[in-house]
Design a protein around this ligand. Structure first.
Ligand code: FAQ
Length: 359
């Protein structure tokens, strides 16, 4: 898929996932071609908006911004898409920390491009959320005042260069496993954003895996650095999938609405099974003495992450929560002149009756 520039499991760590993204893209186009309810092949037209909404979901059609939707569906989407957008933006910080310290010019250029991609993902996602009737300013305000969450994972520190590899392999890997099913989400703008995001994330995962591969086959000190990073990022990565199904407040309803397609625990298991094989190729150890194949379940048994720690981090008490949000507040304040200049420019073009053009 990416060429065999180094030995990897089959066709690379994202093996199969990109094919699923492509299949989701085909399904998305097919849903658009099938037409709307009342049109040939579409579900029956119905004047009751709730019935119409349900029929669209059952027929695996997409809900679009123009469609009527229950308030709770809209709120759930705003909550999840906004949390996701905030995560992409805050998620630039841990790796951004290493741009100026990357070990070569090539590594610096790759990392710069990767971090820039995350900014782009945040923007697609804010744009998708805006189709639901909130503004970007409102969402940013909710993040900066701590009233909306972002992923727990970005509250952990990046202590060494190998952490950049571990983030790419494990954090981007977990993000992909979570996001590939979101390419089939019932809300059209979110599903379409996810297709593009997943294609880029699979490259991100590959770059992290390649960094770890180089370190793991390097000097004893480099191997130790790679192992230490994997030891520290493994459990926080497992926690990214959220609380266990028994404690997940939103999963059942989100799955009924086909926003989420799989439960938190199902996706976590899928991630563990994928990583075991890849860790074998890297010749690195996953830090779980109880990790073993279960013949009956056809899946690996593993130790659950510390969910009490997850809740502490989510509620603002992780190792880097304050630092991350302070940094974002500062960056937002520092960027105010850019927003003012852009608004003044747009106003000027409107006065001159000319369309604003992107700089
Ligand atoms: N961190 O009932 P559930 C990335 C909250 S992107 C923080 O199970 P749900 C790319 C949850 O919001 C990573 N909060 O919730 C990248 C809810 O709180 P609320 C982000 C968490 O929504 C890589 C409460 O707990 N990805 O990494 C977490 O059904 C490298 C109850 O939980 C997404 O956002 C957590 N880990 O399932 C960027 C994917 N887990 O709102 C830069 C989209 C749970 O009631 C560098 N989101 N919570 O106050 C989802 O798939 C879902 O929202 C879940 C949670 C699976 C995260």
């Amino acid at each position: 898929m990416y060429g065999h520039d180094f030995p990897g499991p089959d066709d690379g760590p994202a093996d199969g996932l990109l094919e699923q993204v492509e299949a989701a893209e085909v399904a998305l186009r097919a849903a658009a071609d099938r037409g709307r309810p009342g049109v040939a092949d579409g579900p029956a037209a119905d004047t009751d908006p709730q019935h119409y909404f349900t029929a669209l979901i059952e027929a695996d059609q997409k809900i679009e911004p123009r469609d009527w939707m229950p308030d709770a569906y809209r709120k759930t989407l705003i909550r999840q898409i906004a949390q996701h957008a905030h995560s992409e933006i805050i998620g630039m910080q841990p790796e951004g920390n290493w741009i100026s310290r990357a070990p070569s010019l090539g590594r610096k250029a790759i990392l710069l491009a990767k971090v820039q991609d995350e900014a782009g993902h945040g923007l697609y996602l804010y744009a998708a959320a805006e189709t639901l009737g909130v503004t970007r300013d409102e969402l940013v305000e909710l993040l900066l005042t701590g009233r909306q969450k972002y992923s727990s994972i970005f509250n952990y520190p990046t202590l060494g260069w190998a952490d950049v590899g571990a983030i790419g392999w494990l954090v981007d890997g977990a993000a992909i496993v979570n996001q590939v099913p979101l390419c089939r989400c019932s809300y059209g703008p979110y599903a379409r954003a996810m297709i593009r995001v997943c294609k880029e994330e699979s490259f991100h995962q590959r770059q992290g895996y390649e960094i770890l591969h180089r370190l793991a086959s390097g000097t004893p000190a480099q191997r130790a650095m790679a192992q230490d990073a994997v030891d520290r990022w493994w459990y926080p990565s497992l926690a990214m999938f959220g609380p266990p199904d028994t404690d997940s407040t939103h999963s059942q309803q989100s799955m009924a609405w086909k926003i989420k397609r799989f439960s938190n625990d199902d996706l976590r298991q899928r991630f563990v099974d994928m990583c075991v094989q890849q860790a074998g190729v890297l010749d690195l150890r996953l830090p779980d003495p109880d990790l073993r194949w279960n013949e009956q379940r056809q899946a690996y048994d593993y130790t659950q992450p510390d969910y009490a720690e997850l809740m502490r981090v989510i509620s603002g008490d992780g190792p880097c929560n304050r630092q991350r949000i302070d940094h974002r507040r500062r960056a937002h304040a520092d960027g105010s002149w850019v927003r003012e200049a852009a608004a003044a420019y747009t106003a000027k073009r409107q006065r001159e009756d000319r369309p604003a053009v992107a700089a």
